[in-house]
Design a binder for this molecule. Structure first.
Ligand code: MN
Ligand code: MN
Length: 454
């Protein structure tokens, strides 16, 4: 079991050796260390174990200031024993809520949610689920929707008051839209491509072969609801038929009979027989085809920064001009690596985890911090200017999105900052040696490597 799989408890208790033994004897699963320390706490009356744990805490305590001088000891002795009941799967996913990091402190709001506990709205043709501010109270600036469409199935023609950013997670789709000059847009989208529809721009999404698609939508409003958008069928079903008739050159009532009387939302349809270009040309007529690029082919993009530890692709209005309110960073962190300590000057960060396992600590001003774990399909949220890191604690590549409600990507790297501030000033503050400071990277690496393995 590598160090990155047993990130917290075992490192802190290195002097005792006892807890390392229990971790190693646990099943070789990703949760082995967490299971063993939870098991330990359930049976912490065992004097030898408790003594070993307390010895470990004493060796560690000076590095972990706490508002309660007894907290560091209490979190690992019988004070933190637990008879249950326990929701084991949830507890295993976030072990640091039961045995908090010694550096965690104070009352920090939850900044985790999962699409896997969001209610699915299932229709013939696919499904949708969302995480907005009602689910994750801290997420005020952005909301996310996860959607699946079978081949041929539509997300109905619609629009909304929020801007819609999206990434294709799997499969293929055909988009249609009309720009603000009335020009037609039709485009096919594949895995890792992006699109953006500004507020009020009408559009549709249709799954293509062989098996439709699944994608993530991110809206520039935390209170956005996917289930309250403006749908063409919903609107016309609530418009007097004689008004619809008048609007359509006096179409007789019998001709309007087939109009749906309720919204379709997601529903099966006919697969296209023409290319996107052909359909765009055919539907454009005298208005012409839209010159606006509502999509961005990120699958062809080289990383903005890349190292042996990972990469980041930053897509803001410099590359994707139509996306004026949403900026994205697509990050890959190799096992053991870490998205370095940093913060963002201009926007909150909404996160979506695509693959792997991560942990991060949200530091809040005034002696407050909370560490939580994240897995694929989870959502995270970090308020503007609050510092954080994202560490890969799994065995596969960690892939996640950093999303911001802004037109410009901005961040500050702790390393970049302290290596470009007078050395005297940094040494006076941090009390570290000149040699330690000199080993800190002199610039922002974005993703830093894990400890060297000999
Ligand atoms: Mn939409
Ligand atoms: Mn960040």
């Amino acid at each position: 079991m590598t160090d990155t799989q047993t990130p917290n408890f075992d490192k802190a208790e290195a002097p005792s050796g006892r807890l390392d033994v229990s971790a190693e004897s646990a099943p070789a699963s990703d949760n082995g260390a967490e299971l063993s320390r939870r098991a330990f706490l359930r049976t912490a009356g065992t004097a030898a174990l408790a003594t070993a744990a307390i010895a470990g805490v004493a060796a560690h305590a000076s590095a972990a200031p706490s508002p309660d001088p007894n907290e560091a000891k209490a979190r690992l002795d019988h004070s933190n024993s637990n008879f249950g009941p326990t929701n084991e799967p949830i507890a295993q996913e976030n072990p640091e809520s039961e045995v908090t990091e010694p550096t965690d402190a104070g009352d920090v709001p939850v900044f985790w949610y999962s699409m896997d506990i969001a209610k699915k709205r299932i229709s013939e043709g696919g499904w949708a689920r969302q995480v907005n501010v009602k689910d994750l109270e801290i997420s005020t600036t952005l909301a996310g929707v996860n959607m699946r469409l079978e081949a041929g199935a539509y997300r109905e023609l619609h629009w909304h008051a929020a801007g819609e950013w999206s990434i294709m997670l799997n499969g293929n789709a055909r988009l249609t839209a009309m720009d603000n000059q009335g020009k037609s847009y039709v485009k096919d989208i594949t895995k890792n491509d992006l699109w953006f529809f500004p507020a009020g721009v009408p559009h549709s999404i249709q799954g293509l072969g062989p098996d439709g698609c699944e994608f993530l939508l991110v809206f520039d409003d935390g209170s956005f609801s996917e289930f309250e958008t403006t749908l063409i069928t919903d609107w016309l079903a609530h418009t007097p038929r004689e008004v619809v008739s008048k609007n359509w050159a006096g179409a007789p009532e019998s001709a309007l009979e087939p109009l749906p009387t309720h919204e379709l939302y997601i529903f099966p349809g006919t697969l296209p027989t023409q290319s996107a270009e052909q359909e765009a040309q055919a539907s454009a007529g005298a208005n012409g085809v839209s010159p606006v690029a509502f999509d961005f082919p990120m699958h062809t993009m080289k990383p903005t920064h890349e190292s042996a530890s990972g990469s980041v692709r930053i897509v803001d209005t410099k590359l994707f001009p139509v996306s004026t309110t949403v900026t994205a960073a697509y990050v890959i962190v190799k096992p053991g690596g870490m998205r370095e300590l940093h913060w963002h000057q201009n926007a909150d960060e909404w996160q979506y985890f695509i693959q792997g396992q991560a942990r991060q600590t949200l530091f809040d001003n005034g002696n407050k911090a909370r560490t939580m774990n994240f897995r694929a399909n989870d959502v995270g949220y970090i308020p503007k200017t609050l510092p954080h890191y994202i560490e890969n604690i799994g065995t596969e590549d960690l892939i996640f999105l950093e999303m911001f409600k802004t037109d410009t990507y901005m961040d500050v790297s702790l390393n970049n900052w302290i290596r470009h501030t007078p050395e005297r000033v940094i040494l006076d503050h941090l009390k570290i040696s000149r040699e330690t400071l000199a080993a800190v990277p002199t610039e922002e690496l974005v993703v830093v490597p894990g400890p060297k393995v000999s």
